[in-house]
Unconditional design. Sequence first.
Length: 152
Amino acid sequence: MEKKVIATNKTAVHCYDIVDKLEAGIELKGTEVKSVRAHKVDLKDSFARIEKGREVYIHNLYISPYDKGSYDNVEPRRIRKLLLHKQQINKITGKVSQRGFTLIPLNLYFNEKGRAKIELAVAKGRRLYDQREKIKKKEITRQLQKIRSFRK
């Protein structure tokens, strides 16, 4: 059984160069899990931060309030704790402490056991001209592939 991807961060691949990836659990309340299962999640503009040197929190992750929930519903953009081992936190702390590096979520999914997991990436932000350059290279390779397919 494969992992069931709920949400992806499409802008992350476009705006960042990904250096390293890791998987983390996410601490959710009861009604949040039901909203995640209903695919009512948005990873856009979300980021993770290491606080107090030993805990990782995700900020700006939008999980829509559950429709049938009442007083159990929580704030949609609340700060949520990520579940990582101390060794993993120490490993990424060294990388993120360098200038220009940040932690961004790539995917939110359920693993084989039905647990909500988030794929984090240590990434470096791209400059605007780097983004434009990458788009130009993509277009050129597409055009070359079209030309090659017509010749066959």
